[in-house]
Design a protein around this ligand. Structure first.
Ligand code: HEC
Length: 186
């Protein structure tokens, strides 16, 4: 007949094994879930779609963003433009806040100018030409005023040489406004 001591020992042994099995089950259930979260929040879906030098991508949903201002570009480009921004950008504009906070994203959309088929004096957007993006991250892009740049045609980034020109022009001409030309349209 086993002593009380031995029985107690066996009992705690069973409890320990049960707990270990439970822990294993919990871990095995959670790990794939955690891995999927890590992957979803990881690097951009396709690094081929990121701009050279800066690694900027076209932000999802930008076509629904609020308008900051339209613009027009003379010949030879003959383009209509619209600069739009994410909520961080719009809030900063409305508060008149400079420099723009980290997380600001500005997108410049552009189209060929086209005459309205219904009304001769009206100009409307024709084919989309480029999408240009500026992302504020003061640490990551410290060497370029805190801005990362991306220029895209048909969703694909243009070459590195073109990306080398962005900072120079924005730095030279828009320094006093945190390197951003566009003002909020009245
Ligand atoms: C030669 C000067 C010049 C160069 C080079 C240049 N930009 Fe700009 N950029 C402008 C001007 C002027 C505006 C404002 C007028 C307009 O919207 O066309 C502007 C506006 C922008 C805007 C809207 C925010 C703002 O500053 O008003 C973005 C985004 C932008 N540029 C991205 C880029 C990217 C990306 C590159 C490089 C591929 C680039 N730019 C190169 C002159 C330049």
């Amino acid at each position: 007949m086993p002593s009380i001591e031995a029985e107690k020992k066996e009992h705690s042994y069973v409890t320990a094994i049960t707990l270990a099995v439970l822990l294993l089950v919990v871990l095995l259930t959670c790990v794939p879930y955690l891995v999927s979260i890590a992957l979803a929040e990881g690097p951009p879906q396709n690094t081929a779609d990121a701009s050279p030098i800066f690694g900027v991508t076209i932000p999802p949903g930008y076509k629904q963003w609020e308008l900051i201002a339209p613009a027009e570009e003379a010949a030879p480009l003959d383009e209509l433009r619209a600069v739009v921004g994410n909520q961080t950008a719009i809030d900063a504009y409305q508060a008149g806040k400079l420099p723009f906070p980290d997380g600001t994203i500005l997108v410049k959309r552009a189209w060929k100018r086209k005459q309205s088929p219904e009304f001769a004096s009206a100009t409307i957007p024709g084919a989309a030409t480029t999408v240009q993006v500026m992302v504020k991250d003061s640490k990551k892009y410290a060497a370029t005023g805190g801005w990362g740049f991306g220029r895209f045609i048909d969703g694909k980034p243009v070459d590195e040489a073109q990306h080398r020109t962005c900072w120079g022009c924005h730095e030279a001409r828009a320094r006093s406004r945190d390197y951003v030309f566009t003002r909020l349209a009245p």
